[in-house]
Ligand binder design. Structure first.
Ligand code: IPE
Ligand code: MG
Length: 224
């Protein structure tokens, strides 16, 4: 969800206004995904590298997440969106961690669309964490020792355990890189780049991305 800061800058607004607008866009896009039958939506809200930002900006983003979750919990029965969080939650405030746990617990029974929110998430961090958990399971005798895991087994150690790899990854705001997003899972994802800044992203932009995706020819290394 990139481009919040530039969106605000273009309007002479503080960066926090861009993040607030971006949060609204997220709400709208998640609702639209449910309407059109998308099964999984995974958004990158805050990376393991975003802590480098000024503390006021980090606080703004965390406060917006807090506000979003409180509202989502109130409207849970109406929206019926299953929500999960990917990332290392140990660095978040205890209050936010509790809200995240409650959201996952209360929304766990909903079916239709699952929204995964990446918070303090890094693709490399996720892979290292998976390797550590796998090694711990080997040491505990829970998985066979001596060999190496196969891809399916190792995938179960990722935050995305049990969730299919993304078909399509959309990067807004004109940047053409993955920036540590879903490095393991994106091996065969179709990538779509748009200059649209995240707060300006909407239903039509998602339609455009999906139409572009539908014209792609996926071969997964084969030739047919
Ligand atoms: C994305 O918008 C939001 C987060 C990374 C939390 P940015 O804040 O990166 O916006 P730009 O890239 O400065 O425009
Ligand atoms: Mg950015």
């Amino acid at each position: 969800m990139d481009g919040n800061g530039r969106w605000a800058g273009k309007r002479g607004l503080p960066r926090s206004a861009g993040h607030a607008a971006g949060a609204e866009t997220f709400r709208r896009v998640a609702t639209y995904c449910k309407e059109i039958g998308i099964e999984y939506l995974t958004v990158y809200a805050f990376s393991t590298e975003n802590w480098k930002r000024p503390p006021e900006e980090v606080s703004t983003i965390m406060e917006l997440l807090d506000k979003y979750l409180r509202e989502a919990l109130l409207k849970m029965e109406r929206d019926r969106v299953k929500m999960r969080f990917f990332g290392d939650m140990s660095l978040l405030s205890p209050g936010l961690r509790r809200l995240i746990e409650e959201t996952e617990e209360v929304s766990g029974r909903f079916e239709g669309v699952q929204v995964n929110i990446c918070v303090n998430y890094g693709g490399r961090d996720e892979i290292l964490r998976a390797a550590g958990s796998y090694a711990a399971d080997v040491a505990a005798g829970l998985v066979p020792s001596g060999g190496r895991p196969d891809e399916a087994t190792f995938s179960r150690y990722m935050y995305s355990s049990g969730i299919p790899d993304p078909d399509l990854i959309i990067r807004p705001s004109g940047e053409m890189r993955l920036s540590n997003f879903l490095l393991w899972q994106s091996a065969y994802s179709e990538l779509y780049f748009t200059d649209v800044l995240w707060p300006d992203f909407d239903e039509r932009e998602l339609d455009r991305a999906i139409i572009a995706f539908q014209a792609r020819h996926r071969r997964y290394g084969g030739i047919v």
